[in-house]
Write a protein that binds this ligand. Structure first.
Ligand code: SAM
Length: 464
């Protein structure tokens, strides 16, 4: 149990005239606590839908405008803002804000600019609250009309059968992609997400290639600290070690392997794989290996194979939860953190918290690789925490793991076809990021990277 929280190194949200830090993750899941540095004021007036906000002025002075009334504040004063009241604040001050329940996209309606912070009469950016997707709306309507959830399940089952029979060319046409997006929304809404342990050796080759390219930036003979979270029976670990140690034999790779299942960790540590292992994890783990690759990595044959000793060195095993705020203390700061194919199996709010927690263990200048997560969650966290996406190999990595691409749109873990026509496509589909190189306070453009923030005036997707 964690009892104390330091101020994070990086701000987690900002606007014109203010920026703020989010403490936590807290044990209390219905609470957010921020420290806000107000330089001029909050850039907009807003109306909170559900969240009650309490602000405490720890230094400086200014004023709150609440329901058209002006309230001067200075050090030591407390301001309570209930939902459904229009307000903003101005001045030069440091605030502690307590929000209950936690901030969520869609809570705030931004009504107008705050002239103390923003000059000009340009229009407010569109509210970025996530609307219920068309698919989700359909489910809601169908449930209301039929009063029966079973009819939705039948619809999904039918689609599962039909979709797989469609020729690939047809599936790739825009009407079917559009339909697939709706169907995937329905599937996700109905899904009762549970964890899987399925994995493969050399699961996503372009991802391994990118890991190697980025590892190559390390100086000759140096140490590379790398953590693999949700490592299952170890296929991903030995694949990464094989790729890096082949490309850069001079590097001293120290790998922290984390999973919250003692059973899979035992298999991973023993590094002996049999037919029973495949049955246990429900996947044919060797199927993506060529014969040569198999022989380089294993002693034995595909019925019983032991990972060679050059791949078994430098690994520390941890039975642990990627969601645990103590994770940073358990594994320590890392040059690279890999979190593949387990966040999508969590309930969405837990996945979001977990992703924020994972990012904390990446060293400044380090890299985070995240695949197998709802794309909107990754994009939201990446934007809010101002991660810099790595543009290299985005398309290749996206299509690099056939098992998730082919399961779209009928399974919740299925990965939609990459759509480069989207203005935010790099941010949506990137799987590698530099979390500690955020673009704050730049407005979304980093060298060679299109953040998709085309409205450069202000980001409304932040909490207080
Ligand atoms: C589908 S497997 C993915 C294995 C591997 N990362 C890959 O991509 O092939 C998911 C693994 O994540 C583990 N896992 C799920 N939730 C976790 C959590 N909160 N912390 C650590 N491991 C977790 C599961 O036990 C399982 O072994």
């Amino acid at each position: 149990m964690r009892y104390t929280h330091s101020l994070p190194d990086m701000p987690s949200f900002d606007g014109k005239g203010f920026f703020g830090y989010t403490f936590g993750p807290l044990q209390q899941k219905d609470l957010d606590i921020y420290r806000i540095e107000v330089e001029k004021g909050h850039d907009t007036f807003m109306v909170s839908k559900r969240i009650t906000r309490v602000y405490y002025v720890i230094s400086g002075s200014g004023y709150f405008t609440i329901d058209n009334g002006r309230y001067d504040v200075d050090r030591g004063m407390l301001v309570e803002i209930p939902p459904n009241v229009e307000y903003s604040y101005s001045g030069k001050m440091t605030l502690i804000a307590v929000c209950k329940p936690r901030w969520f996209m869609g809570n705030d309606k931004h009504t107008k600019w705050n002239a103390d912070a923003v000059q000009g009469d340009f229009p407010l950016a569109a509210d970025r609250r996530p609307r219920r997707s068309f698919g989700e709306s359909l489910v809601k309507i169908a449930e209301l009309l039929t009063g029966r959830r079973s009819s939705i399940n039948l619809y999904i089952r039918l689609n599962r059968r039909l979709w797989k029979r469609l020729p690939f060319k047809l599936r790739n046409t825009w009407p079917l992609r559009w339909y697939g997006t709706i169907l995937h929304g329905v599937v996700c809404r109905r899904a009762n997400r549970i964890q899987f342990t399925g994995t493969f050796f050399l699961r996503n080759r372009p991802q391994l290639e990118l890991i190697c390219r980025l590892a190559s930036q390390k100086p000759e003979g140096s140490t590379l600290n790398l953590a693999v979270l949700g490592c299952s029976v170890g296929a991903e670990i030995y694949s990464i070690l094989s790729a890096i140690r082949t490309a850069r034999p001079d590097l001293n790779v120290q790998l922290r392997a984390v999973d919250n299942s003692a059973e899979v960790l035992k298999v991973a540590r023993e590094a002996v794989y049999t037919r029973q292992t495949c049955d246990f994890v429900g996947s044919s783990i060797f199927e993506r290996l060529t014969r040569t690759e198999f022989e380089e990595m294993f002693e034995g044959n595909r019925r019983e194979a032991r990972v060679r000793s050059w791949l078994r060195q430098g690994i520390t095993w941890h039975l642990g939860d990627a969601n645990d705020p103590e994770l940073i203390h358990v594994v320590g700061p890392q040059d690279m953190v890999v979190a593949s194919n387990f966040l999508c199996h969590m309930e969405r709010s837990m996945a979001e918290n977990c992703l924020r927690n994972i990012a904390r263990i990446v060293k400044p200048g380090g890299y985070l690789f995240v695949t197998g997560v709802d794309l909107d969650i990754r994009e939201k966290v990446a934007r809010e925490l101002r991660w810099r996406p790595i543009p290299e190999l985005i398309k290749e990595i996206h299509d690099g793991d056939p098992s998730v691409r082919q399961d779209w749109p009928c399974e919740w873990w299925g990965l939609e076809p990459l759509d480069t026509k989207r203005s935010d496509w790099q941010m949506r589909y990137a799987t590698a990021f530099r979390p500690n190189e955020g673009a704050r306070p730049s407005m979304g453009k980093a060298a060679g990277v299109d953040f998709g923030d085309h409205n450069e005036s202000v980001s409304l997707g932040r909490p207080a």
